[in-house]
Write a new protein. Structure first.
Length: 613
Protein backbone atom coordinates (compact mmCIF):
# COMPACT_ATOMS: atom_id res chain seq x y z
CA UNK A 1 0.00 0.00 0.00
CA UNK A 2 1.16 3.61 -0.42
CA UNK A 3 3.37 5.15 2.16
CA UNK A 4 2.25 7.74 4.62
CA UNK A 5 4.38 10.42 3.01
CA UNK A 6 3.37 9.77 -0.62
CA UNK A 7 0.13 11.05 -2.04
CA UNK A 8 -1.42 8.71 -4.60
CA UNK A 9 -4.52 10.66 -5.59
CA UNK A 10 -5.16 14.41 -5.86
CA UNK A 11 -8.64 15.97 -6.01
CA UNK A 12 -8.00 19.53 -4.83
CA UNK A 13 -7.74 20.79 -8.38
CA UNK A 14 -7.67 18.52 -11.41
CA UNK A 15 -8.02 14.77 -10.79
CA UNK A 16 -4.57 13.18 -10.84
CA UNK A 17 -3.02 9.93 -9.62
CA UNK A 18 0.59 9.04 -8.96
CA UNK A 19 2.16 6.35 -11.11
CA UNK A 20 5.62 5.60 -9.75
CA UNK A 21 7.35 8.94 -9.37
CA UNK A 22 5.11 11.03 -11.62
CA UNK A 23 1.62 12.49 -11.52
CA UNK A 24 -0.75 11.59 -14.32
CA UNK A 25 -3.98 13.26 -15.34
CA UNK A 26 -6.88 10.84 -15.40
CA UNK A 27 -7.91 10.52 -19.04
CA UNK A 28 -11.61 10.61 -19.84
CA UNK A 29 -14.34 12.62 -18.16
CA UNK A 30 -16.32 9.56 -17.11
CA UNK A 31 -13.21 7.86 -15.72
CA UNK A 32 -12.65 10.98 -13.62
CA UNK A 33 -16.29 10.88 -12.52
CA UNK A 34 -15.80 7.25 -11.48
CA UNK A 35 -12.69 8.12 -9.49
CA UNK A 36 -14.47 11.04 -7.81
CA UNK A 37 -17.23 8.74 -6.53
CA UNK A 38 -14.66 6.22 -5.26
CA UNK A 39 -12.76 9.01 -3.47
CA UNK A 40 -15.91 10.24 -1.78
CA UNK A 41 -16.53 6.67 -0.57
CA UNK A 42 -12.84 5.97 0.13
CA UNK A 43 -12.25 2.46 1.42
CA UNK A 44 -15.93 1.50 0.97
CA UNK A 45 -17.40 -0.77 -1.65
CA UNK A 46 -19.53 1.20 -4.12
CA UNK A 47 -22.10 -1.03 -5.89
CA UNK A 48 -21.99 -1.08 -9.67
CA UNK A 49 -25.55 0.20 -10.02
CA UNK A 50 -24.71 3.24 -7.92
CA UNK A 51 -21.65 3.97 -10.05
CA UNK A 52 -23.85 3.79 -13.15
CA UNK A 53 -26.38 6.20 -11.59
CA UNK A 54 -23.61 8.61 -10.55
CA UNK A 55 -21.98 8.70 -13.98
CA UNK A 56 -25.06 8.75 -16.24
CA UNK A 57 -27.88 9.88 -13.98
CA UNK A 58 -31.36 8.60 -14.80
CA UNK A 59 -30.61 7.71 -18.44
CA UNK A 60 -27.71 5.21 -18.53
CA UNK A 61 -26.90 3.32 -21.73
CA UNK A 62 -27.70 -0.38 -21.97
CA UNK A 63 -23.99 -1.21 -21.85
CA UNK A 64 -23.33 0.93 -18.74
CA UNK A 65 -22.05 -1.98 -16.66
CA UNK A 66 -19.52 -3.02 -19.28
CA UNK A 67 -18.46 0.61 -19.74
CA UNK A 68 -17.83 1.00 -16.02
CA UNK A 69 -15.61 -2.08 -16.05
CA UNK A 70 -13.67 -0.53 -18.93
CA UNK A 71 -13.28 2.72 -17.00
CA UNK A 72 -11.96 0.72 -14.04
CA UNK A 73 -9.30 -0.87 -16.25
CA UNK A 74 -8.28 2.58 -17.52
CA UNK A 75 -8.07 3.88 -13.97
CA UNK A 76 -5.96 0.92 -12.87
CA UNK A 77 -3.54 1.47 -15.75
CA UNK A 78 -3.25 5.12 -14.75
CA UNK A 79 -2.22 4.09 -11.22
CA UNK A 80 0.46 1.86 -12.70
CA UNK A 81 1.75 -1.55 -11.67
CA UNK A 82 -0.28 -1.76 -8.46
CA UNK A 83 -3.46 -0.34 -9.99
CA UNK A 84 -5.39 -3.52 -9.31
CA UNK A 85 -4.60 -3.13 -5.62
CA UNK A 86 -5.65 0.51 -5.61
CA UNK A 87 -8.96 -0.04 -7.41
CA UNK A 88 -10.36 -3.28 -6.05
CA UNK A 89 -13.34 -5.12 -7.47
CA UNK A 90 -15.54 -7.24 -5.23
CA UNK A 91 -18.78 -8.82 -6.34
CA UNK A 92 -20.73 -6.20 -8.26
CA UNK A 93 -18.86 -3.17 -6.97
CA UNK A 94 -15.53 -1.42 -6.64
CA UNK A 95 -13.50 0.15 -3.85
CA UNK A 96 -10.61 2.63 -3.83
CA UNK A 97 -8.25 0.80 -1.50
CA UNK A 98 -5.91 3.59 -0.39
CA UNK A 99 -5.14 4.75 3.15
CA UNK A 100 -6.74 8.13 3.88
CA UNK A 101 -3.38 9.90 4.00
CA UNK A 102 -2.70 8.89 0.39
CA UNK A 103 -5.47 11.24 -0.81
CA UNK A 104 -4.83 14.99 -0.68
CA UNK A 105 -8.31 15.75 0.71
CA UNK A 106 -7.68 13.69 3.83
CA UNK A 107 -4.19 15.09 4.30
CA UNK A 108 -5.67 18.59 3.93
CA UNK A 109 -8.20 17.85 6.68
CA UNK A 110 -5.53 16.44 9.01
CA UNK A 111 -3.22 19.43 8.68
CA UNK A 112 -6.14 21.86 8.95
CA UNK A 113 -7.25 20.17 12.16
CA UNK A 114 -3.81 20.69 13.66
CA UNK A 115 -3.81 24.31 12.46
CA UNK A 116 -7.21 25.07 14.02
CA UNK A 117 -6.07 23.55 17.31
CA UNK A 118 -2.92 25.66 17.29
CA UNK A 119 -5.05 28.75 16.73
CA UNK A 120 -7.37 27.82 19.59
CA UNK A 121 -4.48 27.48 22.02
CA UNK A 122 -3.04 30.84 20.96
CA UNK A 123 -0.07 29.67 18.89
CA UNK A 124 -0.53 31.92 15.89
CA UNK A 125 2.85 31.15 14.31
CA UNK A 126 2.31 27.39 14.28
CA UNK A 127 -1.26 27.83 13.10
CA UNK A 128 -0.18 30.00 10.17
CA UNK A 129 2.50 27.52 9.10
CA UNK A 130 0.19 24.51 9.33
CA UNK A 131 -2.70 26.15 7.51
CA UNK A 132 -0.36 27.46 4.82
CA UNK A 133 0.87 23.89 4.28
CA UNK A 134 -2.71 22.65 4.03
CA UNK A 135 -3.74 25.33 1.55
CA UNK A 136 -0.69 24.57 -0.58
CA UNK A 137 -2.38 21.25 -1.40
CA UNK A 138 -5.19 23.16 -3.18
CA UNK A 139 -4.20 23.53 -6.84
CA UNK A 140 -7.52 25.08 -7.87
CA UNK A 141 -11.24 24.36 -7.44
CA UNK A 142 -11.77 20.82 -6.20
CA UNK A 143 -12.70 18.26 -8.89
CA UNK A 144 -12.39 21.04 -11.44
CA UNK A 145 -12.22 18.66 -14.42
CA UNK A 146 -14.86 16.21 -13.19
CA UNK A 147 -18.32 16.36 -14.77
CA UNK A 148 -20.96 17.01 -12.09
CA UNK A 149 -22.41 13.89 -10.52
CA UNK A 150 -24.98 13.52 -7.76
CA UNK A 151 -22.29 12.97 -5.15
CA UNK A 152 -19.39 14.78 -6.76
CA UNK A 153 -21.06 18.20 -7.04
CA UNK A 154 -21.99 18.27 -3.36
CA UNK A 155 -18.54 16.96 -2.41
CA UNK A 156 -16.79 19.64 -4.48
CA UNK A 157 -18.92 22.36 -2.85
CA UNK A 158 -18.08 21.02 0.60
CA UNK A 159 -14.38 20.96 -0.23
CA UNK A 160 -14.52 24.58 -1.41
CA UNK A 161 -16.19 25.59 1.85
CA UNK A 162 -13.48 23.80 3.85
CA UNK A 163 -10.82 25.58 1.81
CA UNK A 164 -12.38 28.97 2.55
CA UNK A 165 -12.66 28.18 6.26
CA UNK A 166 -8.98 27.18 6.31
CA UNK A 167 -8.09 30.36 4.43
CA UNK A 168 -9.99 32.50 6.94
CA UNK A 169 -8.26 30.70 9.81
CA UNK A 170 -4.84 31.24 8.25
CA UNK A 171 -5.54 34.95 7.81
CA UNK A 172 -6.72 35.07 11.44
CA UNK A 173 -3.41 33.55 12.50
CA UNK A 174 -1.50 36.15 10.47
CA UNK A 175 -3.52 38.98 12.03
CA UNK A 176 -2.78 37.68 15.52
CA UNK A 177 0.89 37.46 14.58
CA UNK A 178 0.87 41.19 13.64
CA UNK A 179 1.18 40.61 9.90
CA UNK A 180 -1.72 42.91 8.95
CA UNK A 181 0.19 44.66 6.17
CA UNK A 182 1.12 41.41 4.46
CA UNK A 183 -2.50 40.24 4.16
CA UNK A 184 -4.10 43.52 3.00
CA UNK A 185 -3.84 42.76 -0.70
CA UNK A 186 -5.02 39.17 -0.27
CA UNK A 187 -8.00 40.28 1.81
CA UNK A 188 -9.02 42.94 -0.71
CA UNK A 189 -9.24 40.28 -3.45
CA UNK A 190 -11.03 37.79 -1.22
CA UNK A 191 -13.68 40.28 -0.08
CA UNK A 192 -14.35 41.17 -3.71
CA UNK A 193 -14.63 37.50 -4.63
CA UNK A 194 -16.78 36.55 -1.61
CA UNK A 195 -18.70 39.71 -0.71
CA UNK A 196 -21.15 38.00 1.66
CA UNK A 197 -18.62 36.22 3.91
CA UNK A 198 -18.78 38.36 7.03
CA UNK A 199 -15.65 36.94 8.64
CA UNK A 200 -13.53 38.03 5.67
CA UNK A 201 -15.12 41.48 5.80
CA UNK A 202 -14.31 41.74 9.50
CA UNK A 203 -10.73 40.66 8.95
CA UNK A 204 -10.40 43.21 6.14
CA UNK A 205 -11.66 45.94 8.49
CA UNK A 206 -9.28 44.89 11.27
CA UNK A 207 -6.28 44.83 8.93
CA UNK A 208 -7.16 48.30 7.62
CA UNK A 209 -7.57 49.67 11.15
CA UNK A 210 -4.28 48.20 12.35
CA UNK A 211 -2.46 49.91 9.48
CA UNK A 212 -3.97 53.33 10.22
CA UNK A 213 -6.79 53.24 7.64
CA UNK A 214 -9.88 53.51 9.86
CA UNK A 215 -11.90 55.45 7.31
CA UNK A 216 -11.48 52.70 4.73
CA UNK A 217 -12.43 50.13 7.35
CA UNK A 218 -15.67 52.01 8.12
CA UNK A 219 -16.41 52.30 4.42
CA UNK A 220 -15.88 48.57 4.00
CA UNK A 221 -18.47 47.98 6.74
CA UNK A 222 -20.96 50.34 5.01
CA UNK A 223 -20.55 48.52 1.69
CA UNK A 224 -21.07 45.12 3.34
CA UNK A 225 -24.06 46.39 5.35
CA UNK A 226 -25.79 47.80 2.27
CA UNK A 227 -25.13 44.63 0.26
CA UNK A 228 -26.63 42.35 2.93
CA UNK A 229 -29.67 44.58 3.44
CA UNK A 230 -30.37 45.14 -0.24
CA UNK A 231 -29.79 41.57 -1.39
CA UNK A 232 -30.97 39.45 1.55
CA UNK A 233 -32.90 41.82 3.80
CA UNK A 234 -30.62 41.08 6.77
CA UNK A 235 -28.14 43.11 8.79
CA UNK A 236 -24.58 41.98 9.64
CA UNK A 237 -24.19 39.44 12.42
CA UNK A 238 -22.93 40.20 15.94
CA UNK A 239 -19.25 39.47 15.20
CA UNK A 240 -19.04 41.92 12.30
CA UNK A 241 -21.00 44.52 14.28
CA UNK A 242 -18.53 44.11 17.13
CA UNK A 243 -15.64 44.77 14.75
CA UNK A 244 -17.46 47.90 13.57
CA UNK A 245 -17.84 49.16 17.15
CA UNK A 246 -14.16 48.53 17.83
CA UNK A 247 -13.14 50.43 14.72
CA UNK A 248 -15.27 53.38 15.86
CA UNK A 249 -13.66 53.24 19.30
CA UNK A 250 -10.18 52.71 17.80
CA UNK A 251 -9.69 49.73 20.12
CA UNK A 252 -8.75 46.17 19.16
CA UNK A 253 -11.42 43.48 19.21
CA UNK A 254 -11.26 40.50 21.48
CA UNK A 255 -9.94 38.48 18.52
CA UNK A 256 -6.95 40.80 18.09
CA UNK A 257 -6.21 41.36 21.79
CA UNK A 258 -2.82 39.90 22.53
CA UNK A 259 -2.08 38.07 25.78
CA UNK A 260 -0.31 40.10 28.42
CA UNK A 261 2.40 37.46 28.64
CA UNK A 262 3.54 35.03 25.97
CA UNK A 263 3.69 31.54 27.48
CA UNK A 264 7.13 30.25 28.25
CA UNK A 265 8.26 27.78 25.66
CA UNK A 266 8.13 24.99 28.24
CA UNK A 267 4.36 25.52 28.35
CA UNK A 268 3.87 25.33 24.59
CA UNK A 269 2.96 22.14 22.81
CA UNK A 270 4.67 21.26 19.56
CA UNK A 271 2.80 18.38 17.96
CA UNK A 272 5.48 15.72 17.27
CA UNK A 273 5.35 13.39 14.27
CA UNK A 274 8.00 10.78 15.10
CA UNK A 275 6.43 7.63 13.67
CA UNK A 276 8.88 5.98 11.21
CA UNK A 277 8.04 5.79 7.53
CA UNK A 278 5.46 3.22 6.49
CA UNK A 279 6.32 0.29 4.21
CA UNK A 280 5.19 0.94 0.65
CA UNK A 281 4.75 -2.79 0.02
CA UNK A 282 2.98 -3.67 3.27
CA UNK A 283 0.67 -6.63 2.68
CA UNK A 284 -1.78 -8.69 4.66
CA UNK A 285 -2.56 -8.41 8.38
CA UNK A 286 -6.06 -7.15 7.58
CA UNK A 287 -7.62 -8.79 10.65
CA UNK A 288 -4.89 -7.51 12.98
CA UNK A 289 -5.16 -3.96 11.59
CA UNK A 290 -8.92 -4.03 11.97
CA UNK A 291 -8.63 -5.25 15.56
CA UNK A 292 -6.00 -2.63 16.39
CA UNK A 293 -8.01 0.24 14.92
CA UNK A 294 -11.12 -0.84 16.80
CA UNK A 295 -9.18 -1.17 20.06
CA UNK A 296 -7.52 2.24 19.81
CA UNK A 297 -10.27 4.30 18.19
CA UNK A 298 -12.92 3.22 20.71
CA UNK A 299 -13.93 6.07 23.00
CA UNK A 300 -12.89 5.53 26.60
CA UNK A 301 -13.05 8.61 28.85
CA UNK A 302 -11.36 6.93 31.82
CA UNK A 303 -8.16 5.24 30.69
CA UNK A 304 -5.34 5.18 28.17
CA UNK A 305 -5.76 2.58 25.45
CA UNK A 306 -2.81 0.16 25.11
CA UNK A 307 -2.21 -2.38 22.33
CA UNK A 308 0.70 -4.84 22.60
CA UNK A 309 1.92 -6.63 19.46
CA UNK A 310 4.05 -9.70 20.11
CA UNK A 311 5.58 -12.36 17.91
CA UNK A 312 8.80 -14.16 16.91
CA UNK A 313 11.79 -12.41 15.34
CA UNK A 314 11.21 -11.28 11.76
CA UNK A 315 7.44 -11.73 11.86
CA UNK A 316 6.69 -8.07 11.11
CA UNK A 317 5.74 -6.61 14.50
CA UNK A 318 7.31 -3.25 13.73
CA UNK A 319 5.77 -3.07 10.26
CA UNK A 320 2.30 -3.71 11.67
CA UNK A 321 2.77 -1.19 14.49
CA UNK A 322 3.99 1.52 12.13
CA UNK A 323 1.15 0.92 9.66
CA UNK A 324 -1.36 1.05 12.52
CA UNK A 325 0.15 4.28 13.89
CA UNK A 326 -0.17 5.91 10.47
CA UNK A 327 -3.75 4.69 10.13
CA UNK A 328 -4.58 6.30 13.49
CA UNK A 329 -2.96 9.66 12.79
CA UNK A 330 -6.25 11.48 12.45
CA UNK A 331 -7.58 9.91 15.65
CA UNK A 332 -4.62 11.36 17.59
CA UNK A 333 -4.13 14.83 16.10
CA UNK A 334 -1.88 16.16 18.88
CA UNK A 335 1.04 14.07 17.67
CA UNK A 336 2.85 10.75 17.71
CA UNK A 337 5.90 9.91 19.82
CA UNK A 338 8.28 7.06 19.10
CA UNK A 339 10.91 5.18 21.10
CA UNK A 340 12.94 1.98 20.74
CA UNK A 341 13.62 0.38 24.14
CA UNK A 342 16.09 -2.26 22.91
CA UNK A 343 19.36 -1.43 24.65
CA UNK A 344 20.94 -4.82 23.91
CA UNK A 345 21.20 -8.06 25.91
CA UNK A 346 21.78 -7.54 29.62
CA UNK A 347 21.21 -3.77 29.45
CA UNK A 348 18.20 -1.95 30.86
CA UNK A 349 16.31 0.54 28.75
CA UNK A 350 17.23 4.19 29.36
CA UNK A 351 13.76 5.31 30.43
CA UNK A 352 14.88 8.79 31.47
CA UNK A 353 16.47 9.28 28.05
CA UNK A 354 13.30 8.12 26.31
CA UNK A 355 11.07 10.37 28.40
CA UNK A 356 13.40 13.33 27.90
CA UNK A 357 13.21 12.72 24.16
CA UNK A 358 9.40 12.74 24.33
CA UNK A 359 9.41 16.02 26.25
CA UNK A 360 11.93 17.61 23.90
CA UNK A 361 9.87 16.58 20.87
CA UNK A 362 6.75 18.15 22.39
CA UNK A 363 8.41 21.55 22.82
CA UNK A 364 10.11 21.42 26.23
CA UNK A 365 13.61 22.98 26.17
CA UNK A 366 16.53 21.03 27.63
CA UNK A 367 16.78 23.47 30.54
CA UNK A 368 13.25 22.55 31.67
CA UNK A 369 13.62 18.75 31.47
CA UNK A 370 13.91 17.16 34.95
CA UNK A 371 16.94 15.09 35.91
CA UNK A 372 15.04 11.99 37.06
CA UNK A 373 12.94 9.50 35.12
CA UNK A 374 10.01 9.76 37.55
CA UNK A 375 9.94 13.56 37.27
CA UNK A 376 10.13 13.33 33.46
CA UNK A 377 7.22 10.88 33.45
CA UNK A 378 5.17 13.19 35.70
CA UNK A 379 5.84 16.18 33.45
CA UNK A 380 4.88 14.21 30.34
CA UNK A 381 1.64 13.08 31.98
CA UNK A 382 0.81 16.69 32.79
CA UNK A 383 1.50 17.85 29.26
CA UNK A 384 -0.66 15.22 27.55
CA UNK A 385 -3.46 15.21 30.13
CA UNK A 386 -5.94 16.98 27.83
CA UNK A 387 -4.47 15.95 24.50
CA UNK A 388 -4.81 13.04 22.09
CA UNK A 389 -1.32 11.64 21.56
CA UNK A 390 -0.21 8.22 20.31
CA UNK A 391 2.98 6.62 21.64
CA UNK A 392 4.70 3.95 19.55
CA UNK A 393 7.13 1.93 21.67
CA UNK A 394 9.25 -0.75 19.98
CA UNK A 395 11.12 -3.73 21.44
CA UNK A 396 9.90 -3.62 25.01
CA UNK A 397 11.16 -6.50 27.14
CA UNK A 398 9.41 -5.84 30.45
CA UNK A 399 5.97 -4.61 31.43
CA UNK A 400 7.43 -2.20 34.01
CA UNK A 401 9.32 -0.31 31.30
CA UNK A 402 6.11 0.23 29.34
CA UNK A 403 4.18 1.28 32.47
CA UNK A 404 6.71 4.07 33.06
CA UNK A 405 5.93 5.50 29.61
CA UNK A 406 2.14 5.26 29.61
CA UNK A 407 0.72 8.82 29.68
CA UNK A 408 -2.02 9.87 32.05
CA UNK A 409 -4.37 11.46 29.52
CA UNK A 410 -7.44 9.33 28.83
CA UNK A 411 -7.38 10.55 25.25
CA UNK A 412 -3.98 8.99 24.58
CA UNK A 413 -2.98 5.55 23.32
CA UNK A 414 0.11 3.34 23.29
CA UNK A 415 1.16 0.78 20.67
CA UNK A 416 4.00 -1.42 21.92
CA UNK A 417 5.89 -4.25 20.24
CA UNK A 418 7.64 -7.04 22.08
CA UNK A 419 8.72 -10.59 21.51
CA UNK A 420 7.28 -11.43 24.90
CA UNK A 421 3.53 -11.36 25.40
CA UNK A 422 3.03 -8.35 27.71
CA UNK A 423 -0.05 -9.81 29.36
CA UNK A 424 0.87 -8.15 32.67
CA UNK A 425 -0.18 -4.71 31.42
CA UNK A 426 -3.58 -3.95 32.92
CA UNK A 427 -6.29 -3.39 30.34
CA UNK A 428 -3.92 -4.09 27.45
CA UNK A 429 -5.31 -5.52 24.21
CA UNK A 430 -3.03 -8.20 22.76
CA UNK A 431 -2.12 -9.11 19.18
CA UNK A 432 0.10 -12.15 18.64
CA UNK A 433 1.55 -12.33 15.13
CA UNK A 434 2.36 -15.53 13.29
CA UNK A 435 4.13 -16.02 9.97
CA UNK A 436 2.48 -15.04 6.70
CA UNK A 437 -0.15 -17.15 5.06
CA UNK A 438 0.98 -18.42 1.68
CA UNK A 439 -1.26 -15.86 -0.06
CA UNK A 440 0.28 -12.98 1.91
CA UNK A 441 3.80 -14.12 1.05
CA UNK A 442 2.79 -14.48 -2.60
CA UNK A 443 1.34 -10.95 -2.64
CA UNK A 444 4.58 -9.51 -1.27
CA UNK A 445 6.60 -11.22 -3.99
CA UNK A 446 4.06 -10.09 -6.58
CA UNK A 447 4.39 -6.46 -5.53
CA UNK A 448 8.16 -6.65 -5.73
CA UNK A 449 8.65 -8.39 -9.09
CA UNK A 450 5.29 -8.22 -10.84
CA UNK A 451 2.63 -10.76 -11.67
CA UNK A 452 4.05 -11.79 -15.05
CA UNK A 453 7.48 -12.77 -13.75
CA UNK A 454 6.02 -14.53 -10.73
CA UNK A 455 3.57 -16.58 -12.77
CA UNK A 456 6.30 -17.48 -15.27
CA UNK A 457 8.29 -19.12 -12.47
CA UNK A 458 5.47 -20.19 -10.17
CA UNK A 459 7.05 -23.50 -8.96
CA UNK A 460 10.31 -21.75 -8.02
CA UNK A 461 8.44 -18.93 -6.28
CA UNK A 462 6.33 -21.40 -4.29
CA UNK A 463 9.42 -23.30 -3.20
CA UNK A 464 11.17 -20.07 -2.16
CA UNK A 465 8.24 -19.19 0.07
CA UNK A 466 8.43 -22.64 1.66
CA UNK A 467 12.18 -22.32 2.28
CA UNK A 468 11.52 -18.96 3.97
CA UNK A 469 9.07 -20.68 6.28
CA UNK A 470 6.69 -17.85 5.29
CA UNK A 471 8.61 -15.63 7.73
CA UNK A 472 7.82 -12.04 6.58
CA UNK A 473 11.40 -10.79 6.99
CA UNK A 474 12.76 -13.70 4.96
CA UNK A 475 10.14 -13.28 2.22
CA UNK A 476 10.87 -9.53 2.09
CA UNK A 477 14.60 -10.22 1.60
CA UNK A 478 13.92 -12.72 -1.19
CA UNK A 479 11.53 -10.23 -2.82
CA UNK A 480 14.08 -7.41 -2.61
CA UNK A 481 16.87 -9.56 -4.04
CA UNK A 482 14.67 -10.75 -6.89
CA UNK A 483 13.54 -7.20 -7.66
CA UNK A 484 17.15 -5.98 -7.71
CA UNK A 485 18.09 -8.55 -10.38
CA UNK A 486 15.21 -8.47 -12.90
CA UNK A 487 17.24 -10.38 -15.48
CA UNK A 488 18.00 -13.28 -13.12
CA UNK A 489 15.81 -16.35 -12.87
CA UNK A 490 14.17 -17.17 -9.54
CA UNK A 491 15.53 -20.67 -10.04
CA UNK A 492 19.06 -19.34 -9.54
CA UNK A 493 18.10 -17.89 -6.14
CA UNK A 494 16.23 -21.09 -5.31
CA UNK A 495 19.36 -23.15 -6.02
CA UNK A 496 21.35 -21.07 -3.55
CA UNK A 497 18.60 -21.16 -0.94
CA UNK A 498 18.19 -24.91 -1.24
CA UNK A 499 21.55 -25.52 0.46
CA UNK A 500 20.81 -25.44 4.19
CA UNK A 501 24.34 -24.45 5.16
CA UNK A 502 24.09 -21.19 3.19
CA UNK A 503 20.38 -20.41 3.49
CA UNK A 504 20.79 -17.88 6.29
CA UNK A 505 23.66 -16.29 4.35
CA UNK A 506 21.28 -15.76 1.44
CA UNK A 507 18.65 -14.25 3.74
CA UNK A 508 20.76 -11.16 4.34
CA UNK A 509 20.48 -7.90 2.44
CA UNK A 510 22.18 -4.88 3.94
CA UNK A 511 20.27 -4.09 7.16
CA UNK A 512 17.75 -6.91 6.58
CA UNK A 513 19.15 -10.03 8.21
CA UNK A 514 17.22 -13.06 9.43
CA UNK A 515 20.23 -14.42 11.32
CA UNK A 516 20.65 -11.14 13.23
CA UNK A 517 16.97 -11.08 14.14
CA UNK A 518 17.16 -14.59 15.63
CA UNK A 519 20.50 -13.87 17.31
CA UNK A 520 19.03 -11.00 19.32
CA UNK A 521 16.76 -13.49 21.09
CA UNK A 522 19.50 -16.12 21.36
CA UNK A 523 21.72 -13.58 23.14
CA UNK A 524 19.16 -13.24 25.92
CA UNK A 525 19.12 -16.99 26.71
CA UNK A 526 21.10 -18.69 29.44
CA UNK A 527 23.29 -21.71 28.70
CA UNK A 528 20.63 -24.28 29.55
CA UNK A 529 18.07 -22.75 27.19
CA UNK A 530 20.65 -22.56 24.39
CA UNK A 531 21.63 -26.18 24.88
CA UNK A 532 17.98 -27.25 24.82
CA UNK A 533 17.27 -25.34 21.59
CA UNK A 534 20.32 -26.88 19.95
CA UNK A 535 19.25 -30.43 20.85
CA UNK A 536 15.69 -29.76 19.68
CA UNK A 537 16.97 -28.29 16.42
CA UNK A 538 18.81 -31.51 15.66
CA UNK A 539 15.51 -33.39 15.64
CA UNK A 540 13.86 -33.72 12.24
CA UNK A 541 10.40 -32.92 13.55
CA UNK A 542 8.12 -29.93 13.13
CA UNK A 543 6.45 -30.06 16.53
CA UNK A 544 7.00 -32.06 19.70
CA UNK A 545 5.58 -32.57 23.20
CA UNK A 546 7.31 -30.93 26.14
CA UNK A 547 8.59 -34.22 27.53
CA UNK A 548 10.80 -34.64 24.45
CA UNK A 549 12.80 -31.62 25.60
CA UNK A 550 13.42 -33.35 28.94
CA UNK A 551 14.60 -36.50 27.18
CA UNK A 552 17.00 -34.93 24.67
CA UNK A 553 18.67 -32.71 27.27
CA UNK A 554 18.51 -34.90 30.36
CA UNK A 555 17.46 -31.91 32.46
CA UNK A 556 15.37 -32.43 35.55
CA UNK A 557 11.74 -31.39 35.25
CA UNK A 558 12.20 -27.95 36.85
CA UNK A 559 15.24 -27.03 34.74
CA UNK A 560 13.53 -28.25 31.57
CA UNK A 561 10.41 -26.16 32.26
CA UNK A 562 12.53 -23.10 32.98
CA UNK A 563 14.48 -23.52 29.74
CA UNK A 564 11.29 -24.07 27.72
CA UNK A 565 9.75 -20.96 29.26
CA UNK A 566 12.80 -18.88 28.33
CA UNK A 567 12.68 -20.15 24.73
CA UNK A 568 8.98 -19.34 24.45
CA UNK A 569 9.51 -15.88 25.99
CA UNK A 570 12.13 -15.08 23.33
CA UNK A 571 9.81 -16.60 20.70
CA UNK A 572 12.41 -19.14 19.58
CA UNK A 573 9.84 -21.80 20.34
CA UNK A 574 6.12 -21.43 19.79
CA UNK A 575 3.30 -23.18 21.66
CA UNK A 576 1.58 -25.72 19.40
CA UNK A 577 -1.45 -26.75 21.42
CA UNK A 578 -1.71 -29.73 23.75
CA UNK A 579 -2.23 -33.46 23.61
CA UNK A 580 -5.35 -35.21 24.87
CA UNK A 581 -3.98 -35.17 28.40
CA UNK A 582 -3.48 -31.43 28.34
CA UNK A 583 0.31 -31.59 28.10
CA UNK A 584 1.82 -28.77 25.99
CA UNK A 585 3.36 -29.17 22.54
CA UNK A 586 5.84 -26.84 20.90
CA UNK A 587 7.20 -26.09 17.44
CA UNK A 588 10.40 -24.51 16.18
CA UNK A 589 10.55 -22.44 13.01
CA UNK A 590 12.76 -23.99 10.30
CA UNK A 591 15.02 -20.92 10.10
CA UNK A 592 15.42 -20.89 13.87
CA UNK A 593 16.37 -24.56 13.62
CA UNK A 594 19.06 -23.71 11.06
CA UNK A 595 20.42 -20.95 13.29
CA UNK A 596 20.56 -23.23 16.33
CA UNK A 597 22.44 -25.87 14.32
CA UNK A 598 24.99 -23.20 13.36
CA UNK A 599 25.75 -22.69 17.04
CA UNK A 600 27.03 -26.26 17.42
CA UNK A 601 30.60 -25.34 18.35
CA UNK A 602 29.63 -22.81 21.01
CA UNK A 603 26.95 -25.06 22.47
CA UNK A 604 29.29 -28.05 22.74
CA UNK A 605 31.86 -25.88 24.51
CA UNK A 606 29.26 -24.69 27.02
CA UNK A 607 27.93 -28.21 27.57
CA UNK A 608 31.39 -29.56 28.37
CA UNK A 609 32.20 -26.64 30.65
CA UNK A 610 29.13 -27.14 32.84
CA UNK A 611 29.00 -30.95 32.42
CA UNK A 612 25.66 -31.05 30.66
CA UNK A 613 24.83 -34.37 28.97
Amino acid sequence: MPTMTTLRCRCLGSMEVRNGNEWRLVAGAKVRALLAVLVVQLGQLVPLDRLVAEIWGDDPPASAGALVRGYVLTLRRTFGADGARCVVGHGRGYRLDLPPEAVDVHRFDTICGAGHQALQRGDAEDASLLLTDALALCRGPALVDVPPTRTGAAYAAALEERRLVALEARIEADLRADRQSSVLGELRALVAEHPTRERLAGQWMRALTATGRRAEALDAYRVTYDRLVDRFGIVPGPQLRAVHRDVLAAEPTDETARPARRPARADRWTAPAQTPADLADFVGREAELRFGRQALEAADPTTVRVLAISGPPGVGKSALAVRLAHDLRRAYPDGQLYADLDAGPGRAADLRGVLAGFLRASGVPDSAIPAGADECAALLRSRVADRRVLLLVQNAHREQDVRALIPGGAGCAVVVTSRTCLSGLAGCRLVDLDVFTFDEAWRLLERAIGTARLEAERPAAQRLIELCGRLPLAVRIVAARAAATPGTSLTWLLTRMSEERRRLDELHLRDLDVRAAIRSGWARLDDRARLMLHHLAMLEIVSFPGWVADVVTGFDEGSAEEALRALVDQRLLAPAGADRFGRPWYRVHPLTRLFAREQLVGVERVAKAVHFP
